[in-house]
Design a protein around this ligand. Structure first.
Ligand code: BES
Ligand code: ZN
Length: 458
């Protein structure tokens, strides 16, 4: 271990250079013109793993490629096998004019590295690539067996990953999965995430007149698709912030008192929280705290809303169409497909006459909750405590990582979610960043984790 730690310390600036090189590749999975860039990012990750002496493969899918790599030469016959998952794709960088330095020109300032993907997930994912490489380069071996699955479609719902997982169950067999794609609780309060929300994503399009119309000549006699859509969107919540989709709460298990008091025991200041996002008051489901609303209650959000004239100055038209991108965050036990169907029917039923509704299901995954008391959790707690100098807290989080549920369902494997980032790293938003110190501490914790797992989980 000592040799590995020294190796990591001696190679910190190389590690940062590697991250910068990966961040320069605009691997935006949602946008077709970036397809070659997405592949380049996959090749970059593959090459890193290959040069660390792992056996690697670029696995083609119906969409973006998956990087698979393994090293299965642990000396002890009962050494555990760890599956490390991460994603090399990123969210679109828009709005571009809000970035202080360009999204794909990584810049180090104020102790952070700034670029799209810095924290989500290139920086965090690389910590494991680098820690495994450090073990192999410094000592020629690892105390455990490792399998890497690094995909390029996490940010668009991981639809093709499931096909790969289902077809390769034997090859992917492992004792535990490790993912760093979540957050610490706060600066210097590292965390282990034992629960995530699931998601359902869809797009609604209302089609009205065959083209935009003069709103003076036709207004009043024709359904305006933007108005019709606004009514549908307004129908999604009641005045108490509850989601009105029929059956939405049917399968939701109530939060236990133990969990509620666990959340409440974490340091949290509502005013600081609101200030951090720049709003004056909160809004959400009545009867729940902000933490409960974000981590453990299902929600419905509009992610994009488009209709009519968006250019400079006024323009008097009835737009010919309107569309909205909608996602619901789900908690464990809710079924994304069942609720997507219910949402589609709910919207259709209330539609004003005079326009047509197109409803497209995009992707979905269920919520996740892990056993907080396994030996793997203990191994992670110990590694994090040593690398960060303080004990991690146990948290749930509101984001989604589709693979976590699939790993459990298809391979029977539990996941350790070990986030090195912060909620304030601007993931999915302009000026994404990742603290350089957390990048290095995360790599150190990862290197220590492999030894702890070997010691405690064989
Ligand atoms: N890293 C996030 C998920 C996350 C963020 C979990 C913060 C916990 C805390 C991940 O890359 C992500 O954004 N996932 C998408 C998944 C979706 C597109 C299926 C999400 O949550 O929106
Ligand atoms: Zn993300």
């Amino acid at each position: 271990m000592q040799t590995v730690v020294q190796y990591l310390q001696a190679h910190q600036s190389d590690a940062l250079e590697t991250l910068k090189a990966l961040l320069r590749i605009p691997s935006v999975s949602a946008i077709t013109v970036h397809k070659p860039d997405v592949r380049r990012a996959a090749e970059f990750v593959r090459d890193q793993l290959a040069s660390a002496n792992l056996t690697t493969e670029l696995v083609e899918t119906a969409g973006h490629p998956i990087v698979y790599a393994e090293w299965l030469k642990a000396e002890k016959p009962n050494a555990p096998t760890v599956l490390i998952y991460g994603h090399y794709d990123v969210q679109p960088p828009d709005p571009l004019d809000k970035w202080v330095t360009p999204a794909f020109e990584p810049d180090v300032r104020d102790g952070c590295i700034w670029a799209r993907g810095a924290t989500d997930d290139k920086g965090q994912m690389l910590t494991h690539v680098l820690s495994v490489a450090a073990w192999l380069k410094a000592t020629g071996k690892l105390p455990i067996n490792v399998k890497f699955v690094i995909e390029g479609e996490e940010e668009v719902g991981s639809n093709n990953l499931d096909v790969f997982l289902a077809a390769n169950r034997e090859k992917l067999r492992s004792d535990i999965a490790v993912i760093s794609d979540t957050s610490q609780y706060a600066p210097n309060i590292p965390a282990i995430t034992y629960g995530l929300r699931g998601i359902l994503a869809c797009e609604v399009r209302l089609i009205g007149p065959k083209q935009d119309l003069h709103s003076g000549i036709f207004g009043g006699a024709i359904t305006n698709p933007a108005t019709a859509l606004a009514r549908l969107i307004a129908s999604l919540h009641d005045a108490n912030g509850r989601v009105e989709i029929p059956g939405f709460y049917d399968d939701v298990k109530p939060l236990t008192d133990t969990e509620r008091s666990g959340f409440a025991a974490l340091p949290f200041n509502e005013r600081d929280f609101l200030a951090s996002v720049g709003v004056e008051s909160s809004w959400g489901e009545t009867g729940f705290t902000s933490t409960e609303r974000r981590w453990a209650r299902p929600t419905c959000e509009i992610n994009g809303l488009t209709s009519g004239y968006q250019g400079e100055g006024p323009k008097t038209i009835i737009p010919s169409w309107a569309s909205a991108k909608i996602t619901c965050r789900l908690v464990p036990n809710q079924d994304p497909h069942k609720l997507t169907k219910s949402l589609g029917q709910f919207l259709q039923k209330q539609l004003l006459p005079g326009c047509r509704l197109e409803f497209v299901e995009s992707h979905g995954c269920p919520g996740f909750i892990a056993d907080a008391n396994s030996p793997f959790m203990d191994a992670a707690r110990s590694a994090i405590q040593e690398a960060f100098g303080t004990k991690p807290v146990m948290i749930r989080e509101g984001g989604s990582i589709p693979v976590v549920g699939t790993l459990k369902e298809l391979l029977g494997v539990d996941t350790l979610l070990l986030g090195w980032g912060q909620n304030t790293d601007n993931l999915h938003s302009p000026n994404e960043h990742f603290a350089v110190a957390d990048f290095h501490r995360g790599t150190l914790a990862s290197a220590m984790l492999w030894q702890r797992i070997a010691d405690r989980c064989a």
